[in-house]
Design a protein around this ligand. Structure first.
Ligand SMILES: [Cu+2]
Length: 181
């Protein structure tokens, strides 16, 4: 797609985001189960869209639970996932863009699109994330100033990664690395 096409698409996504805000509806798609053998991911897409409270609410930035090697670290489990908060920026970056997880643990990513750009958040095996493979767990439409969550279990040896596949974003470098520990 050429740059003009990308710009038009961006505008369309922006309008869609405004429309979503206007509706003020609760959008809670849920995808469960594993489409492929040997892949034990837990998928919960778009569990909580809590856009309210972001603006003028004293939000102080990401405050994730302690990670591996940090004081107070408790490995996430399916019953009690560890929260990892990530901001998606208008500069097409994730903050942080490196997340350390313990092999096998279950993490709930809480991703906020900070600013007037819609993003996506895909996480899983690095090859699937790079290829935008169908069925890879993702928050598909993270409208501006919205927060979405996705719970994923890091089973297997990896490597794992995360990325945004909104048009042009991955190509611009909007991806991150999962460090298995
Ligand atoms: Cu993006």
């Amino acid at each position: 797609m050429n740059s003009r096409g990308v710009a038009l698409l961006g505008t369309a996504l922006l309008v869609a985001g405004i429309a979503m805000l206007g509706l003020g509806s609760v959008f809670t798609p849920a995808i469960t189960g594993s489409a492929r053998p040997g892949w034990a991911a837990t998928r919960t897409v778009g569990g909580s869209w809590s856009g309210a409270g972001m603006m003028g609410g004293g939000w102080a930035g990401p405050a994730s639970a302690p990670g591996p090697g940090e004081a107070g670290f408790v490995a996430g489990t399916p019953a009690n996932p560890r929260a990892v908060q990530i901001v998606a920026t208008p500069q097409l970056r994730f903050l942080p863009d490196v997340v350390t997880v313990q092999a096998g643990e279950t993490v709930t990513f809480e991703v906020t699109s900070m600013g007037p750009v819609a993003h996506e958040f895909m996480v899983g095996p690095a090859t699937d994330v790079a290829a935008d493979s169908a069925g890879t767990p993702e928050i598909a439409n993270l409208g501006m100033m919205r927060t979405g969550s996705l719970t994923y279990t890091f089973s297997g040896p990896g490597p794992f990664s995360f990325a945004c596949h909104a048009p042009g974003h991955y190509e611009a470098g909007m991806s991150g690395t999962i460090v298995l520990q």
